[in-house]
Design a protein around this ligand. Structure first.
Ligand code: 5GP
Ligand code: MN
Length: 342
């Protein structure tokens, strides 16, 4: 972070702090928020973590989960008050205020000093302090480094280490994606030294499925997977009815898109899900095909080069038609051989 000395001074006095993160927080969003919250509380700050929406049950083991304020669960007034009264607002794991829905407007208007800590492409310039690096695999990696740069590593407890480890583990796809750098292993080694039980975190996040979720996975693979070998593309389109049939909960579709990308010869994968408010899209790619560019150009979204998301206000069918039309437009790029892992 530039101006680390000024930042240090700012947090060396107890402050009213709000930490917020993106819509439908994942393990990195929640883990980095709760890890930072616990560190700041230990330093004597008054800290509230506000998430725009709920998040998957497989994250609710994290220390501090019970105090998270979920904005859209009837906590709007309380959240607006905390945001307006905050002296410091941390924005973690997102780069643009529109990703935190209505909360974004309040954060934008608030008098608090804003701090952005993130690793997504294309950040807005609303924050006074910025710790932003697209080289980082996860926001949790940046939080670990920030705490160390502040000279406060000894404040990282086992609980904080596990929340941060969860963020790095999931954002690297369990150390499989190209963002799995030497620094990732170094930081994870340090988190293990600080007490993180990696097997426990892995079990709680990945092997904590309901029977409905496993059956839904079987259904999606059998009935909803479309493979287009000539375009090296595979995608799922999931309707509201499909979700209802399998009693789907928040997080139940997470990871599904990776099955499409795991097919031999596929370099572009999508999951198109009809939600209550909009059609949500998840994109993944291998190599040079930038899903960040695809999502931001066509589906009001963004993210990283090989993992991005977006949404569409048209219905599922119309969105699918648009998506298939776009595949045709990108035909030349998509049909090129995958050079990276040849
Ligand atoms: P996922 O597909 O797992 O929801 O998201 C993949 C990546 O893209 C994550 O880093 C996520 O934060 C980002 N992302 C997902 N949806 C959106 C979106 O609507 N807008 C932007 N800017 N980023 C998104
Ligand atoms: Mn992240």
């Amino acid at each position: 972070m530039q101006d680390i000395e000024a930042f240090k001074e700012l947090i060396n006095k107890p402050r009213k702090v709000v930490i917020t993160t993106h819509h439908k927080p994942d393990a990195d969003a929640l883990g980095s928020s709760l890890g930072l919250a616990s560190f700041l509380k230990d330093k004597g700050h008054q800290v509230d973590v506000i998430t725009p929406t709920d998040y998957p049950n497989f994250l609710n083991w994290m220390d501090g989960n019970d105090e998270v304020i979920i904005f859209c669960d009837g906590n709007q007034e309380k959240s607006y008050k905390l945001v307006a009264e905050a002296e410091l607002i941390f924005c973690l794991d997102f780069s643009s205020l529109h990703r935190i829905d209505e909360l974004g407007e309040a954060v934008g208007k608030a008098d608090a000093v804003k701090v952005l800590i993130d690793h997504h492409l294309g950040p807005d310039s609303f924050a006074k302090f910025k710790l932003w690096s697209t080289e980082a695999a996860a926001t949790a990696e940046l939080i670990y480094e920030l705490i160390c740069d502040l000279g406060e590593r000894e404040r990282i407890t086992k609980d904080i280490a596990e929340s941060l480890y969860a963020g790095i583990m999931t954002d690297t796809g369990s150390f499989k994606h190209p963002n799995t750098t030497e620094n990732v292993f170094r930081v994870c080694g340090e988190l293990i030294k600080l007490g993180a039980d990696t097997a426990k975190v892995s079990k709680l996040i990945y092997d904590n499925n309901s029977v409905d979720r496993i059956k839904f996975l079987g259904f999606a693979l059998n009935e909803r997977l479309v493979v287009l070998p000539e375009l090296k593309t595979a995608y799922f389109a999931i309707s509201k009815d499909d979700l209802r049939k399998f009693n789907s909960k928040t997080g139940d579709t997470e990871g599904l898109v990776n099955y499409a990308l795991s097919i031999k010869g596929i370099k572009f994968a999508a999951l198109i899900t009809e939600r209550e408010d909009a059609v949500k899209m998840s994109f993944r790619s291998i190599g040079e095909f930038s899903v960040n560019e695809f999502a931001s150009s066509h589906f009001s979204g963004g993210g990283h080069k090989n993992a991005a998301g977006g949404k569409s206000d048209a219905g599922l069918e119309e969105t699918l038609t648009k998506f298939k039309g776009l595949l045709n437009d990108y035909k030349d790029e998509l049909s090129q051989e995958i050079k990276e892992y040849a």
